[in-house]
Design a protein around this ligand. Sequence first.
Ligand code: CA
Ligand code: CA
Ligand code: CA
Length: 179
Amino acid sequence: MKRFISMRTFCLLAVCTVLALSASADLIGTYKTITLDGSLSDWNAADTLYNDAEIGDGSPANSSYENIYAANDGISLYLGLDTKVTGGGDINNDWTRNIYMDTDVNSGTGFNAGWMSHGYDRLVQYGAGGGSYSVFEFNGATQADWGWNWLGLIAYSYSDDIAELAVPISNWASPATLR
Ligand SMILES: [Ca+2]
Ligand SMILES: [Ca+2]
Ligand SMILES: [Ca+2]
């Protein structure tokens, strides 16, 4: 079931992206192609988007993050998720990792649960017992509505505490909203 979506989440990551974007420019972090192999060996410290001190912990411990890395090439936005203890990278875990992105850098558009400081136009979901590995576009009637339209699948790989995701930039936004 590729289109599973749920408000239930143990892990919330709010990723604000600055889209000074042409087709080959940096979205965030480093411009490079990441190999989806469940290994962080192709990431380095300069690719860190959030570190442990910046991310609140959830329960169980392996729902929490140690580091989150981001990079992109002309095709994909890559996310490297380094979770705590063991097993947290496995897509078959029954919680859902929700990664919100403010793709137009406009807090007045996109989802805002009330406490968020941005308006999130895209949602990447990974997990849900293996049921979700997709990107969604916000379509709520108001910013507080949990309303999302499925756009497509993401690619992923994982091993133990590591997950690597590749989100197609073609799912990012219409070209008119890129700037
Ligand atoms: Ca890798
Ligand atoms: Ca780890
Ligand atoms: Ca927005």
